[in-house]
Design a protein around this ligand. Sequence first.
Ligand code: ATP
Length: 402
Amino acid sequence: TVGLTAQEAGYKVYLVGGSVRDLFLRSPNLDLDLVVEGNGMDLAKKLARRLGKVRVRTHKKFQTAKLIFDDGLIIDVATARMEYYKSPAALPVIELSSLKMDLYRRDFTINTLAVSLNPKDFGLILDFFDGLRDLKGKVIRVLHNLSFVEDPTRVFRAVRFEQRFNFRIGKFTEGLIKNALKIDAFKLLTGDRLFHELENMLLEEKATDCMRRLGELNLLEVYHPKLKLSDKLEAILDSVEQVMAWYKLSFLTLPTRPWLVYFLALADPLDEAEMEQLCARLALAPRLRREIKEMRAQTLKVLNRLQRNQLSPSKVYDLLHKLKPAYQLYIMAKARQEWAKKAVSRYLGNMTKVKPLLTGDDLAGMGFDPGPLFKEILERVLAARLDGEVTTKEDELALVKS
Ligand code: ATP
């Protein structure tokens, strides 16, 4: 349909970038990138009309559009800018392949493959920069020497793809990374972009490996000068990975903000002031910065208390329920004793679901005045239930009366 619609409109359309790479790697990808030689926005609108049941978002300035389908599929449509080069002798204007120009602006050779979708040459693979060779050789390679200077976020993308696909950053490309570090190309990066790429790595299944590799390349220092790879840092990151795997297995989903658990672990070696510097460098929103500051302080207290001696379930509940899930998981990863880890996992697995059988109505029926007292009574009942002191509603009533 895409190719046909393009042909009718007189355009050429290609599937490009990560979607083609993932086709070759047989890796699922719900994000398709199209490049149009012609008018991308117009093609997107025509496609939407034809396919129906899709939301279209256009970005006029960049001549791009996004088609968002209900089942999660996203199609990004970009316009390949026509580049005209006048020859000195005023010969006719030469039109370079605009697709090739578009692909030349990309990060790595493995992301420069294109597949033609027009019916006339449907399925034709265009490989201008040896992307297929590098896919086969499992190498991450930039397209030109200034790539990382032009956009230092590519350094983090290189590490992310390397770890995700089990590839290797090419020797020359690795040299360019070292050079980018030497000339401090990262200082011009906005906090926003720096954070976005860090978040992307921390959302990878192999987040710990990404951090390890950043450490090997001395890139952790880009976030904060005190961040360096150490056995201790690796151990806590490994521990987070185990906790995340446990969580995924137990609940068949990830916790909210999974990146934050890794982030807390990464910042483990930093004291409060250094953590603030890190958050500032990453331009985190003031609210999140405040949350991290407060919760991190609480987290340390809770961890100390949890590790001192084994506590009753209601005490564990008391300590943990005011923290958000990311911090609870961080505590679980950091706890040294197995029983302390278990206490957190039991909290996450069972305790959050336990509720008193008595309700506010029951209490009102017993003559109590609604208000703070209700909350207090129900909390006491909950604690008794968590500790196995009450099981039935009658038990609870008896407890309240006593
Ligand atoms: P992912 O699976 O992580 O989404 P992707 O390759 O699809 O991987 P995107 O970030 O969606 O990554 O980018 C889409 C395409 O845009 C990439 O394949 C790449 O060609 C290009 N691209 C993205 N970021 C950059 C960049 N910083 N510099 C150059 N090209 C980029």
